[in-house]
Every structure is written in structure tokens, then in C-alpha cells.
Design a protein around this ligand. Structure first.
Ligand code: BYC
Ligand code: FE
Ligand code: FE
Length: 482
């Protein structure tokens, strides 16, 4: 990989961190880049590395126009390092340093805690690319394929964002962590990614849409909390990442919405009234609503695990230290120190689900999860509006937070999607009604035949209302290399 020498990094990496003057970091990035490209070629979108994809590239942080669209081969995407503008006089917005000037360097006493947060955040980004690498081959349209690849290159950029922080602020161990981020692999037994949901498979397009709806939304919540950080470079990095995250959730939300819409329209056209008549609905070449519900149950529950335990001293320490705040911290009206406040936490008590007041400081994860649940609920409401408009009688629901959990209070409990505690035998008996089965998966895979003709869509999904970058319906979003 000697071509790297030819790369003019001052020009090649779009940045607003004055990289050309920062020789030490430039050198660290130069030596990291070949490994990143090797990783991208091995673990990035399979079979499309030579194709021309109509992608947006972040080139500045100007809210009026931070991106430009053009055809690029993904390995040549210009992964940049962009921080939201410096805010004059910013102070630590929470915790025991509340009101003190924010840090431009890593506070020594919090070094380990901060590094861990950055590494965990960084680890999720390449993990999602790995999880989604096979999906290009079954894309329901060129439009969807382009959206997948857009999300993928931007998750790649999010990795760069965290690697920049590690290399600039954490010296040798930062560089080692940056290397490790390229070594772990989603789903691997010996070197798995750090968090549970990022080691799960994303076997089909409905899973991808659910992932971007639910899991990228956890990304949004976590980035919002880190955007509050008193460590200013982390805050500025996350603030800019959030502008990209919005598109990822758009892909998820419109993807599920279009799937739901197509199902309902096909049912109406065929005169099918019963959404639970699965066989006849499936025979129309669309995904039945109960199966969509099961997919939502799965991805929501896997994502809830990413919030950690409801009661967590890690979270309390990060808050106290001023490193990770609450969702929209600065808009909350309280002391921002949580010295005596309490927060209601859902817990398992004697086999019952109860709401118990806990010190708010240790209930930070629970609070963020509540904010997240509210956000998801609104999305589900929008799906139900789509169903309603078609006249089909069916309501999608967000499952109970205790359902199908592996982390925290509900980890050992069996809770139904509607929040009833049941025993293991009842769970085993009904599991296939709550979660997708292998047969459901096979059915979805059988439908996901690739469609690569501009302007055409697979049978199971409705076309989008508008194109990307206002392009017309027939636009060739991906020029597939032979
Ligand atoms: N899987 O005190 P606890 C995104 C570990 S998504 C495995 O309960 P804490 C994206 C935990 O590490 C956003 N292990 O939890 C989306 C700890 O281990 P140690 C990613 C888990 O620390 C789509 C122990 O259990 N960013 O950006 O308060 C595509 C006890 O932990 C899990 C972040 O997550 C799990 N699910 O909270 C692409 C932000 N949960 O230390 C990208 C940074 C917990 O005892 N991370 N554990 O060995 C954090 O803020 C926190 O680490 C967590 C956990 C919220 C993840
Ligand atoms: Fe990301
Ligand atoms: Fe994302």
C-alpha cells in the first residue's frame, strides 16, 4: 500500500481542524489510513467497491451547505474531520464542574473514563458497516442501495471522528485504541465488537431499516449526551455527527414506512381485509404487518440494551465528571448537578414490574432511555398514520421496555411485548409470536430480489416521495461496475 505516500493529506482530508499545521496528528492519521482502507475493502460493502455512487460528502460545517453530492467510488470517499464551530465562552453544562470553562485538553483525572466513552462510541461505527456489508446485493432499488452506501460511508467518517480524538488527545494509547478499532469484528467470537447489538446479524433489508430506525436513533441519543460534554473537542465532534445522523434515521423511518405502505396498498388492491391472514398477504409479494411488528420488537429490544443498566455508577461518574450529560441538558431546568434529585426507575421487584425512585445521578441511563422511547413512539405513530390512511385495520406498537432484554433490570425476566410478566414455559410457547422466526426470515429473504433498474422498486416496498438531492425518479443513483 505505497500509494499512500502520494496522497496529499492536507488536501485529501476535508477538515476544519487545521490539519495541515498539525504535523503530529497528520502523521498519525497517515499511518492509520492504509489499515482503514484495507478494513473498508475487506469489511465494507461487498461487490460494489468499484461502482460509482451518488454520495454526499461533508466538506464544511456551514449549516446552509455542508455537503456536496457527486458520483464517487466508495474507497475514494473523502472521509473528513469536521467539528462544529467553536462556541466562545462555553462552560461545563452539568456535574461537579458545572459553570467552569470547558476543557480543550483531556483532564488527567478523567482520562480513562473519557477514553472508554470515545472508544465505545468509535467501535459501533465500523461495526454497523460490517453488519450491513452484504445488503448491497439485495437492494430493492438503486435509490435504496445509494442510501445504504451513504449511511455506510458516514459511519466510516464517524469512526474517523473518534480516531481523530484518540490520536490528537490520547497519545500512544490513543493510537493503539485506533488500531484496535480496525481489528475487532462484528459477530466474531475471539474479537467481537464491544456492544451486544453490534454483533447481531443484519440479514435483510427490513432489518436494515429497523436498525437505522432504532439503533441509529440510539446513536442520536448517545451523541446528544456526548455533545453536552465538558471536553469541548468531543462536544464539537458529536454536534457535527448529529447532522449526518438525521439522514440515517430518515433512511430507517422512510424504509419501514414505505414497506408498511406497500403492504397495505397491496392488501387493499387485492381486497384482503384481515392483516393476520399471513399466507394470503405474503402471496401478494409483500411483508405482512404482524411480521413487521415482530421485526420492530426485535430491533427495539436489542437497542434498549445499548443504554446500559437502568441504575449505573458508570453513568453517574461520567455525569459527575462533566463528560456525558443528559439529552438536551442545557434545556433542562434544574441544578444540573443532581445532588438530591430522584428519578423513577422501572424495576423487577418480587416478580413484578414497579416504578421505584432512585437517585437521579445513578438513573442517568434510565432517563436517556425514556427520552429515546418517547422518540421511537412518535415514529411508530407516523407508521400508524400510513396504515390508517389506507384503511387497513391494524396498529403497530412499541413493545414494553422489559420485553426480550439482556442487559439491566429485565435481563432475567420474561416479559411479553405488552408488558406482562410470564414464566419461562409460557415464553417458550409464545416466543414465535413475539420475535421473527427463521421461517419469517426466509420469507423476507425470498422477497428481497435485487432491483437495479433506475426508477424501479422491488414488490415489497413503495417508491419514495422525493429523490435524494431532488433528483428525479429515474435517476441512476448507483452506476454499478460490471
Ligand atoms: N453490550 O453501568 P452499565 C451509534 C457493559 S450507537 C455489552 O450498565 P454504562 C451507532 C458496560 O460496558 C451509540 N456490554 O452501563 C448506531 C460495562 O462494562 P464494564 C454508541 C454492555 O457503562 C448505529 C458493564 O456492562 N455510543 O453510535 O452506564 C450505527 C456495566 O455497564 C452493554 C455509546 O454507547 C451492552 N449493550 O452504559 C452506528 C456511547 N451495556 O465497564 C453507530 C458511549 C453495558 O464493567 N457509551 N455493557 O467492563 C456509553 O455511554 C456507555 O458505555 C453505555 C453503557 C451507554 C454503552
Ligand atoms: Fe454513526
Ligand atoms: Fe448512524
Amino acid at each position: 500500500m505505497n500509494d499512500i505516500i502520494d496522497v496529499d493529506y492536507r488536501e485529501k482530508i476535508p477538515n476544519n481542524v487545521n490539519l495541515s499545521e498539525d504535523r503530529r496528528v497528520l502523521r498519525a492519521l497517515e499511518s492509520w489510513h492504509p489499515g482503514y482502507l484495507d478494513w473498508w475493502k475487506d469489511m465494507g460493502p461487498e461487490g460494489f467497491q468499484e461502482s460509482l455512487v451518488y454520495l454526499r460528502t461533508a466538506v464544511s460545517v456551514d449549516p446552509k451547505g455542508w455537503a456536496k453530492f457527486d458520483y464517487v467510488k466508495m474507497p475514494e470517499y473523502r472521509w473528513g474531520i469536521l467539528l462544529a464551530p467553536h462556541e466562545e465562552g462555553r462552560t461545563v453544562p452539568f456535574g461537579k464542574h458545572y459553570g467552569e470553562p470547558v476543557w480543550q485538553e483531556v483532564p488527567g483525572e478523567y482520562r480513562a473514563l473519557l477514553r472508554r466513552l470515545i472508544v465505545i462510541q468509535g467501535d459501533t461505527e465500523p461495526a454497523s458497516v460490517e453488519q450491513q456489508r452484504h445488503l448491497g446485493k439485495t437492494a430493492p432499488s438503486l435509490y435504496d442501495m445509494r442510501n445504504l452506501f451513504q449511511v455506510n460511508v458516514e459511519e466510516g467518517r464517524h469512526l474517523w471522528a473518534m480516531v481523530y480524538l484518540l490520536q490528537k488527545y490520547f497519545g500512544r494509547d490513543g493510537r493503539e485504541e485506533a488500531e484496535e478499532l480496525l481489528r475487532r469484528r462484528s459477530g466474531s467470537t475471539d474479537k467481537p465488537r464491544m456492544l451486544g447489538a453490534f454483533n447481531e446479524a443484519t440479514p435483510d433489508w427490513l432489518s436494515f431499516f429497523c436498525f437505522s430506525f432504532f439503533t441509529d436513533r440510539d446513536g442520536k441519543m448517545q451523541l446528544e449526551s456526548l455533545a453536552q460534554s465538558g471536553f469541548d473537542p468531543l462536544s464539537r465532534t458529536c454536534r457535527f455527527m448529529l447532522t449526518e445522523e438525521a439522514h440515517h434515521m430518515f433512511v430507517g423511518e422512510t424504509g419501514i414506512g414505505r414497506t408498511v405502505q406497500r403492504t397495505c396498498e397491496a392488501m387493499k388492491a387485492a381486497g384482503l381485509e384481515d392483516p393476520h391472514d399471513i399466507e394470503r398477504v405474503r402471496a401478494l409479494g409483500v411483508i405482512d404487518l404482524p411480521t413487521i411488528q415482530k421485526k420492530l420488537n426485535l430491533h427495539y429490544s436489542l437497542t434498549l440494551d445499548l443504554f446500559g443498566s437502568e441504575v449505573s455508577t458508570n453513568a453517574a461518574n461520567a455525569f459527575n465528571a462533566g463528560l456525558k450529560g443528559r439529552f438536551r441538558e442545557t434545556a433542562i431546568e434544574d441544578d444540573h448537578k443532581l445532588e438530591s434529585a430522584t428519578y423513577p426507575v422501572l424495576k423487577m421487584v418480587d416478580g413484578q414490574i414497579r416504578r421505584i425512585d432512585e437517585p437521579a445521578l445513578t438513573a442517568i441511563n434510565m432517563r436517556l432511555r425514556d427520552d429515546y422511547t418517547g422518540d421511537c413512539q412518535k415514529g411508530i405513530g407516523r407508521f400508524n398514520k400510513i396504515i390508517e390512511r389506507t384503511g387497513v385495520q391494524f396498529e403497530l406498537k412499541l413493545s414494553h421496555v422489559g420485553f426480550h432484554r439482556h442487559i439491566g433490570e429485565f435481563r432475567d425476566a420474561h416479559v411479553t411485548p405488552d408488558g406482562r410478566v410470564i414464566d419461562k414455559a409460557a415464553w417458550d410457547k409464545n416466543r414465535d409470536k413475539y420475535l421473527p422466526t427463521a421461517a419469517d426470515g426466509d420469507f423476507i429473504v425470498s422477497l428481497t430480489k435485487p432491483v437495479a433498474e433506475p426508477g424501479k422498486f422491488a414488490s415489497w416496498i413503495a417508491p419514495p416521495k422525493v429523490g435524494i438531492d431532488n433528483r428525479p425518479g429515474e435517476f441512476e443513483y448507483v452506476k454499478i461496475a460490471a
